[in-house]
Design a protein around this ligand. Structure first.
Ligand code: NAP
Length: 306
């Protein structure tokens, strides 16, 4: 007979893995579908996590591995495949992947978010040739070189601090005159002697034939432009939700996030959203983990009454 799961979790970042652990505790028949070879989502690319309670200074990779091991130890079943389509109407939902079709009474979207692009000339051409979206992945290629980081959030500042340990010089280019990053990260940044902040500045072009050579930087107040020599350019201008699968089916907000409250319930009964893909105030590892737990509680309640 065809298997119908209680819940299919899509995504294996902190939200999906926490949900997997709670689903096992609730004895729900579950699979977790993950597209990547490494679980953990964006956390994998974080050099050091210093705000996850109880694990001060843990590396992103270690935290991801620990979460994944925990879920496996609880008996979670993982499937590595790419989800192509969701059919969300009716009491039994369908998940169509590259290789299979799965059925489930509920779906938990924990698909996270991806890097926003800057959208300037040269960015796409030089991606992987000096343009990077992951300092912890690519920073080592720029030992003793000059790099620029773009952005003013937690990620941009953490990247600049990380790169300051490796590179000769780090420019941090931010479009305003204040950062949105947490104050403690700002203090750490200002303590780095080889980081220079270019306030009120935007990059209008990334130049280089085969490798990044320079950036055109415009002062947004004076409108003056200058060429900044740099060997690398790390773009950290925020994230956009991985909500393509939900488009045209679930209610999304203007930013493309799945509209769902703390209980994770989306606009379609039986479909839930957890972590960075849902509308929320604070996108952190701890709030993603909390979402995973909340959603499984909501799913248990839904399954009793549906
Ligand atoms: P973010 O907080 O949204 O910051 C994005 C930054 O990029 C902002 O400073 C923004 O400028 C700038 N920006 C956006 N579009 C731009 C453009 N087109 N040109 C130039 N600058 C642009 O994004 P994030 O730093 O990637 O962080 C994403 C989420 O993850 C946040 O909620 C963050 O708190 C969280 N996070 C958590 C941890 C942790 O838990 N340890 C670590 C890292 C990140 P404005 O300031 O002018 O808007």
């Amino acid at each position: 007979m065809e298997k119908i799961y209680d819940v299919i979790i899509i995504g294996s970042g902190p939200a999906g893995l926490s949900a997997a652990i709670y689903a096992q505790r609730a004895k729900l028949s579950t699979i977790i579908i993950e597209a990547n070879y490494i679980s953990g989502g964006q956390v994998v690319n974080t050099y050091e996590v210093d705000n996850y309670p109880g694990l001060p200074g843990i590396s992103g990779m270690d935290l991801s591995t620990t979460l994944r091991d925990h879920a496996e130890k609880m008996g979670s079943e993982f499937v590595r495949d790419q989800v192509l389509k969701l059919e969300l109407d009716g009491k039994v939902k369908k998940v169509v992947t590259k290789d299979e079709e799965y059925k489930s009474r509920t779906i938990l979207l924990a698909t996270g978010a991806k890097h926003r692009q800057l959208g300037v000339p040269g960015e796409q051409k030089l991606a992987g040739s000096g343009v990077s979206y992951c300092a912890t992945c690519d920073g080592a290629f720029f030992k003793d070189k000059t790099v620029a980081v773009i952005g003013g959030g937690d990620v941009a500042l953490e990247d600049a601090i990380f790169l300051a340990r490796i590179c000769k010089k780090v420019y941090l280019i931010h479009r305003r005159d204040e950062f949105r990053a947490a104050k403690i990260i700002q203090d750490n940044l200002f303590a780095q002697e080889n980081v220079e902040v270019l306030w009120n500045s935007v990059v209008t072009e990334i130049k280089g034939d085969f490798q990044v050579k320079s950036l055109t930087v415009r002062d947004v107040k004076s409108k003056e432009e200058k060429e900044l020599e740099a060997d690398g350019c790390f773009i950290a201008v925020g994230i956009i939700p991985n909500s393509e699968l939900a488009q045209g089916q679930l209610e999304l907000d203007a930013g493309g996030y799945v509209v769902a409250g703390e209980d994770g319930a989306s606009s379609i009964p039986g479909v839930f959203a957890a972590g960075d893909v849902r509308t929320k105030l604070l996108r952190q590892i701890i709030t993603a983990a909390s979402d995973g737990a909340n959603c499984i509680t909501s799913i248990q309640n839904y399954l009793i009454t549906a």
